[in-house]
Design a protein around this ligand. Structure first.
Ligand code: NAD
Length: 499
């Protein structure tokens, strides 16, 4: 069986760890590849390659670093379909969704192509008489990225294009569940002319992650994944003196007001709840309906839409199904156990996905809809990360808003309404990082920054956009005077102020 190892110093390098795990095609349940799990020493060798490469890469002009990004962008476009098939074969999402993932990642590369402009810094002339002040945004050194299974291309692309365009070097530790695409991205970067060692991939598990979090050479760590691991990464990396941004889990609510267009709401919810089999950190997993009339009408609409939703393999089937399998057997079993728990807790199971494609060896769970869910239930409180939508009935806007604000997660949310006043109040009061107004999945574009609130994020700076540039650079402020008559003479012992 093909073995995926590491990518260090511009080439694939076999692992001698003796530890590996199978990589499955979730649509068939068959393992097609094995991924090696790197040793601590192998991880250190990637860090060392990145540290060596930093010496010269940080001196390459921003314009020339941007030119590598332009070539990388062209290669991503050229290989878009090939990459989308690879995503589908290991993650399970349908081909068109995988293409969408790539596009959203590509947009970060486009943003990074503008790095000469983004690194211009600030300049003030005459902050005092004959004194000027300006800032430099300098790279940090070796940066690390640790990424989840659900966006094997897009989430790494949130990080490394900006990091390396800023002049850093990078070690990526992708999810061990779908490692092929990150390795292809490394090959394409080399083809784009990126010098060896600037971008490295270490495949592995906690052993590799712990080295990245503790090795003193690593200056910054970007993490995306579940909340318990995000918290661990933030605490451990910070305790070892690193800059850390760690994005965690979610439970995203949509508030449906009585004046919302229910045709629009049901269409938006179908995609937001069941697209990518619910394995999106911005998926909507709770519909808060204001009033029973809204809930009854919406549940009826969703039920009839679910009845015709096609579930099947992400590639090779025409017409393309709307939903593929979950990523692994274990994850599918976990999602089914949440459905069991919802039934046991007394929620009304309107659509049951537990038996969909039961004759297939693939990891399928069908679209599932619960009505009459209460905030005390486990299916409401916890992130399920599967195609399970919970309808919660609330009497008013205020009680819906309060529920969202009380939830431990605060990644994304949306309101569907025809009232500008309700939308404005919602945007102002909701304790969530990314808010949609009649937009179900409000993922910010690459030139804005992505991040949640509460226990969906640890660390002050979000991903990509302006925050991405701030995260991957260190600001230095220079205050300069060129004396010719303006230099004060004599000793000065009081706090200097500009004259
Ligand atoms: P995960 O936390 O299991 O894994 C993420 C990464 O951490 C992987 O690279 C994994 O190898 C590593 N890891 C796992 N256990 C570890 C441990 N004990 N010590 C050190 N490293 C460890 O997450 P996942 O299952 O791959 O991804 C799904 C989760 O990611 C969901 O909770 C989802 O909400 C979240 N997510 C969040 C965002 C966001 O932007 N907030 C985006 C995508 C996914």
């Amino acid at each position: 069986m093909q073995q995926i190892a590491n990518y260090i110093n511009g080439q694939a390098v076999a692992s001698h760890s003796g530890r590996s795990q199978p990589v499955f095609d979730p649509a068939t349940g068959v393992a097609h590849t094995e991924v090696s799990l790197a040793t601590a020493d192998e991880t250190r060798s990637a860090i060392s390659a990145a540290a060596t490469a930093f010496v010269s890469w940080s001196q390459v002009t921003p314009l020339n670093r941007a030119r590598v990004m332009f070539k990388f962008k062209a290669l991503l476009e050229q290989h878009r379909d090939e990459l989308a098939v690879l995503i589908s074969k290991e993650h399970g999402k349908v081909f068109s969704d995988a293409q969408g993932e790539l596009t959203r990642g590509l947009e970060v590369v486009e943003f990074a192509c503008g790095i000469p402009h983004l690194l211009k810094g600030e300049h003030s002339m005459n902050v005092g008489r004959g004194v000027d002040s300006f800032s430099l945004m300098q790279p940090l050194g070796v940066c690390a990225g640790i990424t989840p299974f659900n966006f094997p291309a897009m989430v790494p692309l949130w990080m490394f294009p900006i990091a390396i365009a800023c002049g850093n070097t990078f070690v990526l530790k992708p999810s061990e569940k779908d490692p092929t695409v990150p390795m292809r991205l490394a090959e394409l970067l080399t083809e784009a002319g990126l010098p060896p060692g600037v971008f490295n991939v270490i495949n592995g598990d906690k052993t590799a992650v712990d080295v990245l979090l503790t090795d003193p050479t690593v200056q910054a760590v970007s993490f995306v994944g579940s909340t318990p691991i995000a918290e661990y990464v933030y605490a451990t990396g910070s305790a070892h003196g690193k800059r850390v941004q760690a994005l965690g889990g979610a439970k995203n609510h949509m508030l449906v007001m009585p004046d919302a267009d229910l045709e629009q709401v049901s269409g938006a919810l179908m995609g937001a709840a069941y697209g990518s089999a619910g394995e999106r950190c911005m998926a909507i997993s709770v519909a808060l309906c204001v009033g029973d009339a809204v809930a009854d009408a919406l549940v009826a609409k969703l039920q009839s839409e679910i009845a015709v939703l096609q579930v099947g393999p992400g590639t090779g089937v025409t017409p393309e199904p709307q939903m593929g399998p979950l990523v692994s057997q274990q994850h599918a079993a976990k999602v089914r156990s949440y459905i069991d728990a919802g039934v046991a807790e007394g929620a009304v199971l309107v659509a049951d996905g537990r038996q969909v494609a039961a004759d297939s060896a693939g990891f399928f769970v069908g679209p599932t809809l619960f009505d009459h869910v209460s905030s005390a239930m486990k299916i409401y409180r916890e992130e399920i990360f599967g195609p399970v939508l919970c309808v919660v009935r609330v009497p008013s806007f205020a009680e819906g808003l309060a529920l969202i604000n009380q939830h431990e997660f605060g990644n994304g949310t949306a309101i569907f309404t025809a009232s500008g006043e309700a939308a404005r109040e919602f945007a102002a009061q909701v304790q969530v990082g990314m808010v949609g107004v009649n937009v179900p999945i409000p993922v910010p574009m690459a030139f804005h920054s992505f991040g949640g609130w509460k226990r969906s994020v640890f660390g002050p700076l979000n991903m990509h956009g302006p925050d991405g540039v701030r995260f991957y650079t260190r600001m230095k402020t220079i205050t300069a005077r060129w004396p010719s008559g303006s230099m004060p003479t004599g000793n000065q012992f009081s706090m200097p102020t500009m004259k």
